[in-house]
Design a protein around this ligand. Structure first.
Ligand code: SF4
Length: 900
């Protein structure tokens, strides 16, 4: 009928036949430079297109899945991205964000030239500047700062990492303790819990071989390692594994689960400890693992010195210790039926060595004491003996390749207290979310501040405090934004330097997305295509669009210019192959790849060298599986074992946490909420289609998801007297926002949810990301009060891409993050994302999308939380933090001690 109405072409006409011959498998890499397929746009005509398929990796989340860029041989441009079947992590599959890389590189609003601020910072005035001038000006500022001897005034703050040591090496060459990350708003809570057990601070669950997959939060579609984990969870389930999901929200993952436990946020540890108690009671623990690989004797010595060091007695004592965590207790804390606690507990307790568990962000980053969640979750792996086993949970570092670099400069000779303030002794990463508050508190300032693929004004809590810091030239002398696309933070920069997307840059990646160990090569696709075509390319920007650079070459050039010949920086950028000459990017990766175990042999078998192999395949499997490495390597903890008992906790002033317990009550525990009037806002869940802030220029993704309504349970909707689409005003500790209601049973009563990714904005004078940004006005109301109002939602516009004029959606959502107060956990340092909120109907003059924040209040609130971490006595032997604990870019050991 559709054919006859001519809604679709006539598929039955004579020339509309299928492809001839049998179905073909995906071509082998040997054929990738001359791949022929029919042009889908021409169908039903049989028009052949010739492509060169160039492997690279996705840059949209950390997983670094393999992509294959289809370079159209007629145009010499990339026409689409698909998965790379030879990538051991992703195995040819991608989530929606991978193929949407084509939107990002073809974004008509992307930044193509370096820009320099004109007028006051943040006012929105820009002019083009040459790379030469930008590099000269920035390198001069850095040189001046370094020549003062300061080690903490030049800072590199990274949003999306994924370059395996590249900039750490650069910062070391400059001699600064200048690495900052986004980890305290992301995974620092979970990392602390894991680190206390085993120093390795991330888990790597072997989902594909598990008997039970226990997930805290939504790992199938939006958790950590998105697609690589999702495909392995599904494999495990097809082999009979049970999927248990703990999440107050019915995520896509929870919807697929055998058991969904909608626990109250922050109560997860009570649940895990009740299951631990169950395992001990029923003697389902792995005696051999516990006896040989856990520091149970240290616990007995410290807490039960009068007892004989006997394993059987240890079990009795541990059973007593955890007997308080009954199923009834867990059910009360979690607000779920006790029957469910017992039923699922039995499944977990009987998983044996095939218990794959994971928590990354979610509960561990949501709550005061969130680090307890990963610590108690890992206790289940320890008790069942599923640590490092097939189907169990291994440390992620077993599966992560660490590259050998051609030159390793000395560790920084200083300690940056803006990143690691002395009171946060166990903070796992830099206290990046309170950087503006520490600066406002008079703790320091920065000369040159790089934000790299990083958008704290929008992504972080309390964005107005970030704006305040960035606009103050005494706080930040010079702000350089390295970014492929405009964002709310770049609006407040002095220089905006365009950097490449996934197919326009070099990086090496390795992540524990499976039980094996792999390495992948993100390469600039058109550079490799040019090489295949026999053309010489010296720098990647020669083939990138406009004047887009890749970061590797940027850092090399900048470092070279900083050094006036007296600073010893250039010596760290010399070729390992050509005496006295500057290193090239090809040489950098050649050196690294020549040292990857097994790669030279694999390359030789194909008649190429390691760099040639990686250019051709894009990835290499170093080890098939990495189980049970502790049997050779032990555990890198002070005791050499898994640490049930943490002496560091005791020494650094937290004796009540010497073993895993549930002793910190979340700030959103029901007892901390004022009756029925306060709700817990769950603001940190992701949508599967979006990255925090770099997908707003991907038209396909924006079309799929562009709103962030407030999830409200029908019971709460009735109480509040609202229905679908009504407006509600959500008041946080420091301000409020107005959002639309979505009534759904997919959220636990008493909790309201709002997804993290939407509510992007630009002011009248700003550019970019119009698929996802509302136009807003920001008003300084005086006395620290800031207001943002939506002037207009998303609108179509004319450009060379006809799709920009076809944008049909108008609602760009609400920027909720900016109304959140910072809540630094005193132990892990993690920002506790969950917010206590009051909910009411907006009054006259308050409209959808409105936001108001009191930055004075936010500073007071920061002070209140900061007080929790203050204790000058918590530095045994003068140590700033435990010497055994990881720190990114660690300075020389003498700086790990507080100088009196
Ligand atoms: S999971 Fe998706 S966004 Fe992440 S690397 Fe893979 S394809 Fe890209």
């Amino acid at each position: 009928m559709a054919q006859r109405l001519r809604i679709i072409p006539n598929l039955d006409r004579e020339d509309a036949r299928g492809a001839e011959g049998p179905l073909r498998p995906f071509p082998e890499p040997e054929k990738w430079h001359d791949h022929v397929e029919l042009d889908a746009n021409e169908w039903p005509k049989m028009i052949e297109k010739r492509y060169s398929l160039v492997p690279t990796t996705c840059f949209n989340c950390e997983s670094a899945c393999g992509l294959l860029a289809y370079v159209d041989k007629e145009t010499g441009q990339v026409s689409k991205f698909e998965g790379n079947p030879h990538h051991p992590g992703s195995r040819g599959r991608n989530c929606a964000k991978g193929p949407a890389t084509i939107n990002q590189i073809n974004d008509t609003e992307r930044i193509l030239h370096p820009m320099k601020r004109v007028g006051p910072r943040g006012e929105g005035g820009w002019e083009r500047i040459s790379w030469d001038d930008a590099l000269d000006e920035i390198s001069t500022k850095i040189r001046e700062s370094l020549k003062t001897g300061a080690k903490d005034r030049v800072v590199y703050h990274v949003g999306r990492p994924g370059h395996e040591g590249y900039t750490n090496r650069v910062l070391k060459a400059w001699g600064v303790d200048g690495h900052n990350s986004h980890t305290t708003i992301c995974s620092a809570g979970a990392r602390t819990g894991y680190s206390l057990w085993q120093r390795h601070d991330r888990p790597s669950p072997d989902h594909a071989n598990a008997k039970v997959i226990l997930l805290t939060s939504s790992h199938l579609e939006t958790g950590h390692y998105f697609n690589p984990h999702a495909q392995r969870i599904l494999e495990g389930m097809m082999d009979g594994a049970k999927l248990v999901v703990i999440d107050p929200r019915l995520s896509n993952t929870a919807a697929m689960a055998d058991h969904w436990l909608p626990t109250w946020p922050g109560s997860e540890s009570a649940l895990f400890l009740s299951w631990a108690s169950m395992i001990l009671e029923r003697e389902l623990f792995d005696k051999d693992f516990l006896e040989n690989w856990v520091n149970w004797e240290e616990w007995m010595k410290a807490d039960h010195p009068e007892e004989e060091r006997d394993f059987e007695r240890f079990i009795e004592l541990l059973r007593e210790e955890y007997s308080q965590y009954t199923p009834e207790f867990a059910a009360t804390e979690c607000k779920i039926p006790v029957e469910q606690v017992i039923e699922v507990g039995e499944i977990v307790a009987n998983a044996g060595s095939r218990l794959a568990t994971h928590v990354w962000r979610a509960a561990a980053i949501g709550n005061l004491g969130g680090w307890q969640v990963s610590r108690t979750l890992h206790l289940l792996n320890v008790l069942t003996g599923s640590v490092g086993t097939e189907g169990g949970t291994s440390p992620n570092s077993w599966s992560k390749y660490k590259p050998d670099l051609f030159d390793v400069p000395p560790d920084p000779d200083g300690w940056n207290e803006l990143h690691f303030p002395p009171e946060y002794t166990l903070s796992h990463y830099e206290m990046s979310h309170i950087l503006p508050h520490l600066i406002k508190d008079g703790r320091g300032s920065m000369d040159v501040y790089f934000t790299r693929v990083f958008n704290p004004v929008w992504t972080y809590p309390d964005g107005f405090s970030w704006i305040e810091m960035l606009q103050n030239e005494d706080s930040v002398g010079c702000h350089v934004a390295l970014t492929p696309t405009w964002n709310e933070t770049a609006f407040f920069a002095d220089y905006v330097l365009p950097m490449g997307h996934a197919s326009e840059r070099h990086d090496v990646n390795s992540y524990a997305t499976s039980s094996g160990k792999w390495v992948a090569f993100r390469q600039p696709v058109l550079r490799e295509y040019a090489r295949r075509e026999g053309k010489e390319v010296e720098f990647t920007h020669e083939v990138n669009p406009g004047e887009v650079w890749e970061e590797d070459e940027f850092w090399n050039e900048l470092s070279w210019r900083i050094d006036d010949g007296t600073m010893g920086i250039r010596e760290h950028f010399m070729s390992p192959y050509r005496e006295g000459e500057r290193i090239t990017i090809d040489e950098y990766y050649q050196y690294m790849f020549e040292r990857i175990p097994g790669l030279s042999e694999a390359a030789e078998a194909e008649g190429t060298d390691p760099l040639g192999y990686m250019r051709k395949h894009g990835a290499f499997l170093i080890e098939e599986a990495t189980y049970n490495k502790h049997q050779e390597e032990g555990w890198p903890t002070p005791s050499g074992k898994q640490e049930l008992y943490s002496k560091s906790m005791e020494e650094f002033g937290y004796p009540e946490h010497s073993i895993p317990h549930y002793r910190v009550m979340s700030h959103v525990h029901p007892d901390n909420l004022q009756g029925d009037d306060e709700y817990c806002l769950l603001p940190n869940f992701r949508l599967p289609q979006h990255i925090h802030s770099r997908s707003a220029n991907a038209k396909w993704l924006a079309e799929i998801a562009h709103r962030n309504p407030l999830w409200v349970h029908p019971r709460d909707a009735a109480k509040l007297g609202v229905s679908e689409g009504d407006l509600l005003k959500i008041e946080t500790e420091i301000g409020w926002f107005v959002d639309k209601v979505w009534v759904t049973e997919g959220i636990k009563p008493g909790i309201v949810g709002c997804s993290h990714h939407i509510g992007r904005w630009r002011r009248k004078q700003d550019s970019g990301n119009r698929y996802m940004t509302n136009e807003v006005e920001i008003e300084d109301m005086g006395g620290g009060r800031m207001r943002m109002r939506t002037v207009s939602g998303v609108r179509p516009w004319e450009s060379e891409d006809p799709d920009t004029n076809r944008v049909w959606w108008r609602d760009g959502g609400v920027h909720q993050n900016i109304t959140h107060a910072v809540q630094p956990d005193p132990i892990s340092g993690a920002h506790c994302w969950l917010q206590k909120v009051k909910i009411s109907r907006p009054v006259d003059g308050e409209s959808y999308g409105d936001v108001e924040v009191d930055t004075n209040k936010s500073f007071e609130y920061y002070k209140k939380w900061n007080e929790m971490a203050k204790d000058a006595e918590r530095h045994p032997r003068g140590e700033r933090r435990p010497l055994w604990m990881n720190r990114p870019l660690p300075p020389r050991k003498e700086h790990w001690f507080i100088r009196k």
